[in-house]
Design a protein around this ligand. Sequence first.
Ligand code: AMP
Length: 352
Amino acid sequence: MIPPGSTIGIIGGGQLGRMLSVAAAQLGYECHIFDPHETPCAADVAAQVTRASFDDSDAIRRFGDDVDVATYEFENLPVEPLRALGDKLKPGTRSLAVAQDRAAEKRFIEKCFGRVASWREVSSLADVTASVLKIGLPLVLKTRRYGYDGKGQAWVRSRREEQAAWELIGREPAVAESAVNFLAEFSVILARWEDGRHCFWDSPQNEHGEGILRRSIVPCSDEIAAQVAEAREAALRVAEALGHVGVLTVEFFASAEGPLINEIAPRVHNSGHWTIEGAVTSQFEQHIRAICDLPPGITGLTRGGATMENLIGPDVERWPELVAERGAHVHIYGKGDPRPGRKMGHVTRVRR
Ligand code: AMP
C-alpha cells in the first residue's frame, strides 16, 4: 500500500491530470506532473511539475526516482521511455500499447471475445478500395495512432470518396471500420486492483457531436440498460487480459445485435466526470485508490442520477449564468484560450 504523504506522478497535465491531482490531494498525496507544455492546467493544483518531452528518457527516469507510483492521463505517449518506470507505472505499458493503436486494440478485443464493427487494416489507397469491397459502404477510416475526439477520421460514403478520405487522414496507417447503425452510445467505466478486485459505475449514455462527447447521462435508457451486463463482462475480460490496474473505460455502441466495442481508454474518462458529484466515490478518487492499493470506495449513485455537459470552446463563456444556476456543479479547467473543439470545462447536474 502506498500511504498518504507519498508522491504520485502523473504523466500528462491536462484536465484529467488536474482532477486526479485534486482527488489525490484530498487523500493526502502530493502530485508531480510530467508534461512538455509551459502551463499545463494540472500544474495549478499539483505540488511539482517536470516540463520535458514525453520521449525524454532521462527526464522520465529522474521523474520515476522522485515518485512512489506513476500513472498517465492520456494514451498518446511513446511507450519505450516509460519502461524505465517499471512496476511503479500503473496501469502498465501493456494497457497503453494496446489502447494507443486502433488495430492492436481491435485485435486484443477480439482475442478477449469482445465484439467490434467489421474492420480491416489499411496502409494504402488500394487497401481502402479492398476494404470498401469487403466491408461495404459507408465506412470510416481512422488513423491507427494519435486520433482523439473524432480527429484522424474520414468517412467514405461512396466509391468516389475513397481517395479524398485517404488524403484527409494524411495517408497514415489506419483501420477501415464499417458504419454502425447504433441505437445509442454508452460506456463501461470500471476500476481494477492488482489482486483482481474490481467495481463498475452505472453506465452513462453518451451523446457526441462532431466526434466530441457533448453529454453523459445516468441512468441510461432502457435499451442500453439491457446491454450493460454483456458489455461489463467484455470490458472486464479486457481489463483482466491487460492486467490493468486503475480505471479503465470502454466505449460501446448499443446496436440491434448487442453491444459493440468502439474503443478503450486505459484511464479516467470524460464520460465519467459525472461521478465527482453523482457517485459516492468518483472515478478520480477510485483511480488513486486502485494505484495506491487503498480499499475500493463505493461506486453507487449519490442520488437518482446525473447529467454531465461538456463546455467546449466558447461554451465556457457561459460561466456567469452557470455559476448562478442553483445546484449546477461547474468545473472550469483553467486552460486559457477557448479554441473551437477544445474541452474547457464541464457542468454536472445531479438529479434530485
Ligand atoms: P471515436 O473517436 O472512434 O470514439 O469516434 C468518435 C465518434 O464518432 C463516436 O463516438 C461515434 O459517435 C462516431 N463513430 C465512430 N466510429 C463509428 C462507426 N464505426 N459507426 C458509426 N459512428 C461512429
